[in-house]
Design a binder for this molecule. Structure first.
Ligand code: ADP
Length: 445
C-alpha cells in the first residue's frame, strides 16, 4: 500500500478522498491555494502544503508546485479528484517519471478518451454503440457532405470539449458553416484546440452513464448506471441511480457490453462511459477517466466505496469484489448544491453566516463548508452534494423533500430552493424528463 497520498484538489472532493485515506489508515497530504487556507480539507488533514496564489493555474493546476509538495512530504501517490489535473495525461506521465503513482488510469487511456474523436473510434472498435457522426472535418464541402449524410439537425462538437463548451446545433445546411465557426472559436478559447466534429443531434435523449472499475489486467466490473438527464447548459444538476427510464434487461445489456469493453481495453481504475438514450437505443458520447461528482449515488445503491477501490487498484491490489457480488439496492438521488442564485444562477460567493445540514437515515452530505466559512470567488460554485438513499424512488423523493426542508445555508444564496421546487414537480415524480426538460421548466414552458 502507499505510504502517503497527496490530494491534488480542493473542496468537497478533497475531503471525500481524505476520508477514504483516513479509513484505510494511509496518511494524507492536503494542498491548497492561499485562498483556501481555512478550507475544511486543509483543517482535517494531518499535513498540508500551500501551493500558490488563488488562481487555479498557479496552484491546483501548477504541476511543479504539486510535485514539490510530494517531494517535501514524501507522498508516493497522488489522487487528483475530478476537474483540475484529473484528466491531464502529461501530469500522470510526470508523476510516473518521479516514481509517484497517479491514482487513475494510464496516461495513454487518458489521452485517448480526452480526444472525443479518438474516444468514439476506440469505443466503436470495442463494440460500444456510438452516436452517428463524422470524424474530424477537413473542409467546408466535407462538412456539408457529412452533415447531409448524418441528417439535420446536427451537433458541432469540440474534440477537446468539456463542460458543455464548444457545442453548437445546426438545424439546417444554411447555418452549418456558421455553427462550425462559432464552435471552433469557443473551443480554441477554452481548450487551445479548435478541432471539431459532427454528430447526429438527438432531440429528446436522456443522459445515462455506466460506472466501471477496471483492474488494469483485463478485468472490469460495472456498477450499474446513473441518470443525469436533469441538466442546465449541459451541466448536471440532479443525478439518480437506477435510471427511472430503463429496465433490468436494458441495464444488463449495456452495462455488460461496457464492462467487457473496458476489460478488453485493459482499463485501470474508475471510469464513466456516458451515453445518450433515446427510443430504446444507447449512443456513446464520451468517457470520463476519473471519479465523477455524482459517484455517491452509485456508492449508495451498491455499497462500494469507489475511492477506496481506486486506491486499491492503483496500489496493485486489484478490485475487492467480482461482478457477481454487485447487487443494486434501493434508489439514490444527488442534488448539486451550488452557491448561486436559484433563479438567475449568478454565483454567490461570501461568508456562510449560518449552516445546518440535514441528517438522518439515508442522508449523506458531502461538503467542505461550515458556519463562518467564506466561499472564495475563484473556483466553481459547487459547495456540496446532498445524496439521498431509500428503498424505492418514491421513498427517496419523500426523504429528499424532508432533507431539503432541514437544510439551512444563510449568508449566501444556494440552489437548495431550486431542488425544493423540483421535488414536488409531477414530471420529476414520474421520472418523465429528458436532457432539455430542466431548461424548459426554468423558462416557464
Ligand atoms: P462535455 O464533455 O462538454 O460535457 P458531452 O459530450 O459529455 O460534452 O455532452 C454533454 C451534454 O451535451 C450531454 O449530456 C447532452 O446533454 C448534450 N449532448 C451531447 N451530445 C449530444 C447529441 N449528439 N445530441 C443531443 N445532445 C447532446
Amino acid at each position: 500500500m502507499f505510504s502517503k497520498i497527496l490530494i491534488a484538489n480542493r473542496g468537497e472532493i478533497a475531503l471525500r478522498v481524505l476520508r477514504a485515506c483516513k479509513e484505510l489508515g494511509i496518511p494524507a497530504v492536503a494542498v491548497h491555494s492561499t485562498a483556501d487556507a481555512e478550507a475544511m480539507h486543509v483543517r482535517l488533514a494531518e499535513e498540508s502544503v500551500c501551493i500558490g496564489p488563488p488562481a487555479a493555474r498557479e496552484s491546483y493546476l501548477n504541476i511543479p508546485q504539486i510535485l514539490a509538495a510530494c517531494e517535501i512530504t514524501g507522498a508516493d501517490a497522488v489522487h487528483p479528484g475530478y476537474g483540475f489535473l484529473s484528466e491531464n495525461a502529461r501530469f500522470a506521465e510526470i508523476l510516473a517519471a518521479h516514481k509517484i503513482t497517479f491514482i487513475g488510469p494510464t496516461a495513454e487511456h487518458i489521452r485517448i478518451m480526452g480526444d472525443k474523436i479518438e474516444a468514439k473510434r476506440t469505443a466503436k472498435r470495442l463494440g460500444i454503440p456510438v452516436v452517428p457522426g463524422s470524424e474530424g472535418i477537413t473542409s467546408d464541402a466535407h462538412a456539408q457532405k457529412a452533415a447531409g449524410e448524418i441528417g439535420f439537425p446536427v451537433l458541432v462538437k469540440a474534440a477537446a470539449g468539456g463542460g458543455g463548451r464548444g457545442m453548437k446545433v445546426a438545424y439546417t445546411p444554411e447555418v452549418l458553416l456558421e455553427a462550425i465557426a462559432t464552435a471552433r472559436a469557443e473551443a480554441k478559447a477554452a481548450f487551445g484546440d479548435d478541432t471539431v466534429y459532427l454528430e447526429k443531434y438527438l432531440d429528446k435523449p436522456r443522459h445515462i452513464e455506466i460506472q466501471v472499475l477496471g483492474d488494469g489486467k483485463g478485468y472490469a466490473v460495472h456498477l450499474g448506471e446513473r441518470d443525469c438527464s436533469l441538466q442546465r447548459r449541459h451541466q448536471k444538476v440532479w443525478e439518480e441511480a437506477p435510471s427511472p427510464a430503463i429496465d433490468e434487461k436494458a441495464r444488463k445489456k449495456i452495462a455488460t457490453t461496457v464492462a467487457k469493453a473496458m476489460g478488453d481495453l485493459g482499463y485501470s481504475g474508475a471510469g464513466t462511459i456516458e451515453f445518450l438514450y433515446q427510443d430504446g437505443e444507447f449512443y456513446f458520447i464520451e468517457m470520463n477517466t476519473r471519479l465523477q461528482v455524482e459517484h455517491p449515488v452509485t456508492e449508495a445503491i451498491t455499497g462500494v466505496d469507489l475511492v477506496k477501490e481506486q486506491i486499491r487498484v492503483a496500489a496493485g491490489l486489484g478490485i475487492s469484489f467480482r461482478q457477481e457480488d454487485v447487487k443494486l439496492k434501493g434508489h439514490a438521488i444527488e442534488c448539486r448544491i451550488n452557491a448561486e442564485d436559484p433563479r438567475t444562477f449568478a454565483p454567490s460567493p461570501g461568508r456562510i453566516t449560518y449552516y445546518h445540514p440535514p441528517g438522518g437515515l439515508g442522508v449523506r452530505v458531502d461538503s467542505g463548508v461550515y458556519q463562518g466559512y467564506k466561499i472564495p470567488p475563484y473556483y466553481d460554485s459547487l459547495i456540496g452534494k446532498l445524496i439521498i438513499h431509500a428503498p424505492t424512488r418514491q421513498e427517496c423523493l419523500a426523504r429528499l423533500r424532508r432533507a431539503l426542508d432541514e437544510f439551512v445555508v444563510d449568508g449566501i444564496s444556494s440552489t437548495v430552493p431550486l431542488f425544493r421546487s423540483l421535488v414536488d414537480n409531477v414530471d420529476i415524480a414520474h421520472g418523465d424528463y429528458d436532457i432539455h426538460w430542466l431548461e424548459k421548466h426554468l423558462a416557464g414552458e
